[in-house]
Ligand binder design. Structure first.
Ligand code: SAH
Length: 217
């Protein structure tokens, strides 16, 4: 296992990040613990490793980004807010950081990514980190992953203009969908809770994500 960047400085830097997240309203200790312990520097290019514990998004190649720790914490906390969650669908695996943070907090994660080269790298890294409850798929997450539906939680880490209907269809009763919605520059993080045939929205504030693209290239 590559231990680059782990040392006293890094431990202090990580603690600073945790303090900052607490100040911004993250109070789920299990989530804070994951942010503290997941080695974010392994999810970014070596050249950016020294900035891995800053609360900022960073490029991961292919025009994509690793999400800001605050946003990952906020989305994870929102997903788990109503109690334990069993089966989760994630759309937009990217480098797998959100996946790694969430993995021990739920039973199973089904995660879909449309860029094959990113997914291959992520598959290797998650295996290295001994994360075994994550099932990865190269595909169009706009359509969800019907074979394993319904999901108790769905987390989307790229923003569509409008909520994809398949994701609402694949949400179990009582399940929560956490998703950024809107055009670039005007996105809102939304939490939807399914209650029978009704889906209740909750606005979690302004965010900035890469777009959720439809189809494969
Ligand atoms: N979850 C990542 C952030 C990934 S950025 C993290 O923890 O840092 C968003 C990702 O969504 C990109 O990798 C992008 O390729 C992917 N994406 C965009 N549209 C998609 C789609 N329709 N299906 C699956 N993945 C998609």
């Amino acid at each position: 296992m590559n231990q680059r960047g782990i040392g006293m400085t890094s431990a202090r830097t990580r603690e600073r990040l945790i303090t900052r997240l607490r100040q911004q309203g993250i109070d789920d200790e299990a989530v804070l613990d994951r942010i503290r312990n997941v080695p974010r520097h392994l999810f970014v290019d070596e050249a950016l490793a020294s900035r891995a514990y800053e609360d900022t998004a960073l490029p991961i190649g292919q025009g994509q980004t690793i999400s800001q720790p605050f946003i990952v914490a906020r989305m994870t906390q929102a997903l788990l807010a109503a109690g334990p969650v069993q089966k989760v669908l994630e759309v937009g695996t990217g480098c797998g950081y959100q996946t790694a943070v969430l993995s021990p907090l739920v039973s199973q994660i089904y995660s879909v990514e449309r860029i094959g080269s990113l997914l291959r790298k992520t598959r290797r890294l998650l295996r290295q980190l001994e994360i075994h409850n994550v099932h990865l798929r190269h595909g169009d997450g706009w359509k969800g992953w019907k074979a394993h539906a319904p999901y108790n939680g769905i987390i989307v880490t790229a923003a569509p203009r409008e909520i994809p209907q398949p994701l609402l269809d694949q949400l179990a009763d009582g399940g929560r969908l956490i998703i950024p919605v809107g055009p670039q520059g005007y996105q809102t993080l939304m939490a939807y809770t399914r209650r029978g045939s009704i889906v209740e929205p909750d606005d979690l504030g302004a965010v900035s994500f890469v777009p959720l693209l439809q189809g494969m290239n």
